[in-house]
Design a protein around this ligand. Structure first.
Ligand SMILES: Cc1cc2nc3c(=O)[nH]c(=O)nc-3n(C[C@H](O)[C@H](O)[C@H](O)COP(=O)(O)OP(=O)(O)OC[C@H]3O[C@@H](n4cnc5c(N)ncnc54)[C@H](O)[C@@H]3O)c2cc1C
Length: 377
């Protein structure tokens, strides 16, 4: 796929990352790829140069994730570590937090996970109950989280909670950096039917004692600070989905060009060719919206980026699920063999439809925010 909406630097980045991805491929070793991508400066392309980053934005980071995904080796932690955590710390962190975390997040020696989802809140994050109470200069953090990715490989997790005096009502979130081995911070791996290098965990925080400096930015910054991280998360999830969709589509096209069971390759039958062409169009359209969202976000338009990032995530998630489904179908029985590697993508693709915000919640957002329709909940 090519696009002329990107600069020469963007195109050079795409092809360099694609070359790295193609050297690793679908059987990639996550740690090895992470450290090679780090050495080449790809993990922190969006982080400020003053802290060892590349000085670019989410446009660049999304290119990195999309191209790795399209080579079959997406690094899921790019969505959380540099995109959410790195962005929030760079924009709102204290000087001490920036110097402690950003250089490591940029060069890949430090990784940070992100935890907002709770068992009893799910899509309704206004209902989260993880609560921080003051104890002298310290904070004590108590609550539960679920489906949090990569907590075992991350040095810390950025936990979204609320302060005791804002315990109920509309969410006024506050963000805490919780080190992996903090006392009272325990994790249980969730047995997911996903063939991915990164695992998901249920977390329990039982009076986890944190110093004042663990609170990112300002206790009163609220939703503004949280959304500074959630919009990049949506844009990056779109990149993840588009990369995976491209990978699956390419495998199907290769197969359909050669596989012959009548007089011509199966790709000559329009019943096989057209759905693949549609999948390509849908992925291209999703990417266009992703580029718009990244452009708005990097230009500082948080409100415009919010709508575009939601729409990009929706479009990319749907395009990915359809592309993977059609790709597996194109291979007939081979679509379900381990050798061809598409069957496991059928579940993996669906992650982009449910996380970090589900298809239905985006349709709700567009219904209410964009179209001004009334709310049912
Ligand atoms: C592989 C994976 C990795 C993840 N990683 C992370 C992570 O690192 N950090 C993190 O914080 N979270 C993570 N999540 C959690 C993810 O963000 C949530 O699963 C997601 O937000 C949905 O929440 P839920 O699973 O509780 O579903 P629920 O909120 O219970 O929703 C269930 C269904 O009901 C629908 N629904 C709910 N409310 C409405 C409504 N008002 N209108 C219409 N339909 C509605 C939803 O669309 C969905 O289809 C991850 C999830 C997965 C699967």
């Amino acid at each position: 796929m090519t696009t002329h909406l990107e600069t020469d630097e963007h195109r050079a980045l795409r092809s360099a990352v694609a070359a790295l991805g193609n050297r690793h491929g679908r059987d990639f070793d996550r740690e090895q790829l992470w450290s090679e991508a780090a050495e080449l400066g790809y993990l922190g392309v969006n982080l400020p140069e003053a802290y060892g980053g590349g000085g670019g934005g989410i446009a660049e980071l999304s290119i990195v994730l999309e191209e790795l995904g399209s080579a079959g080796c997406p690094l899921l932690m790019l969505i959380v570590s540099p995109a959410i955590c790195g962005t929030v710390i760079a924009r709102f962190g204290t000087e001490a937090q920036k110097s402690e975390w950003l250089p490591g997040l940029a060069n890949g020696t430090l990784t940070m996970a992100f935890g907002i989802t709770e068992p009893d809140a799910g899509s309704n994050s206004h209902r989260i109950t993880t609560t921080a109470r003051k104890d002298g200069a310290d904070w004590l953090l108590t609550g539960r989280k679920v489906f949090i990715s990569g907590v075992d490989i991350a040095d810390a997790t950025l936990i979204v909670g609320r302060t005791e005096d804002a315990r109920t009502g509309r969410l006024k979130p506050c963000l805490f950096i919780v080190p992996r081995d903090a006392e009272g911070f325990t994790r249980r791996r969730i047995d997911m039917e996903l063939n991915a290098a990164e695992k998901q965990f249920e977390l329990t925080l039982d009076d986890v004692r944190l110093p004042a400096g663990a609170l990112v930015g300002d206790e009163d910054a609220g939703l503004l600070q949280l959304f500074a991280g959630l919009n990049p998360e949506r844009i990056m999830t779109a990149a993840f989905a588009i990369g995976m969709g491209r990978y699956a589509l390419a495998r199907a096209v290769e197969y359909a060009r050669d596989r012959t069971v009548w007089n011509s390759p199966i790709g000559a039958h329009q019943a096989i060719a057209h759905p693949l062409a549609q999948a390509h169009i849908d992925l291209e359209l999703a990417r266009l919206m992703m580029q718009k969202a990244a452009h708005l976000y990097d230009a500082g338009d948080d409100v415009g980026a919010g709508e575009a990032a939601n729409m990009a995530k929706y479009a990319a998630g749907e395009a990915c699920v359809k592309a993977v489904d059609q790709a597996a179908h194109t291979l007939g029985g081979n679509g379900l063999t381990r050798e061809f590697g598409l069957a496991s993508l059928i579940t993996a693709a669906r992650v982009s439809r449910i996380a970090p915000v589900s298809r239905e919640m985006i349709l709700n957002y567009v219904s209410h925010q964009t179209l001004g329709l009334p709310k049912s909940y």
